[in-house]
Design a protein around this ligand. Structure first.
Ligand SMILES: O=C(CO)[C@H](O)[C@H](O)COP(=O)(O)O
Length: 154
């Protein structure tokens, strides 16, 4: 799988993320503080990595910042992106299963090396749900992106 990874901080867990993905056989492209000479601001590097997913340059992006919030907010501004901030394996599995998330957002502060591996295991093991309501929800996100969403049913 081709995976784009961004981080606004050169933290050990961000380096471990890249190493772990490469160890698992993925092709990794890095942005932000992980890329020599690049702009390490969270909104910019998260956007750059996230854009690779709808453009087709990557199959998945993982965006990181200290809290994970800025990275996920920036990624979710990119049309076609469904970024999920995951702090544990259960959330990662649900993000793939129920949200068909295509960008994983991580908090550099909260994610230990052990939890990182658990999150990656859960993320890659899960598949998007075929349930009709789950597909309707994900389709609704696409409509919101396109500005064509019908009025919310609340
Ligand atoms: O979590 C973040 C954004 O959501 C950033 O990583 C955090 O704001 C970086 O802070 P600083 O530039 O002061 O090191």
């Amino acid at each position: 799988m081709r995976i784009s990874v961004s981080s606004d901080m050169d933290e050990p867990v961000a380096r471990s993320l890249v190493e772990e993905l490469r160890r698992r056989g993925h092709e990794v492209c890095v942005y932000g503080a992980l890329e020599p000479g690049a702009d390490p601001q969270w909104a910019f590097c998260s956007e750059a990595a996230a854009r690779d997913v709808p453009s087709g340059a990557a199959d998945l992006a993982v965006v990181c910042c200290w809290t994970g919030t800025g990275a996920s907010i920036a990624a979710n501004k990119v049309p076609g992106v469904r970024a999920a901030l995951c702090t544990d394996a259960y959330t990662a599995e649900g993000a793939r299963r129920w949200n068909d998330a295509n960008v994983l957002a991580l908090s550099l502060r909260l994610t230990s090396e052990a939890v990182l591996k658990e999150i990656l295991d859960a993320w890659f093991a899960a598949a998007p749900s075929e349930d009709t309501e789950d597909r309707q929800n994900v389709a609704h996100l696409g409509m919101l992106d396109a500005g064509r969403a019908p009025r919310s049913r609340g």
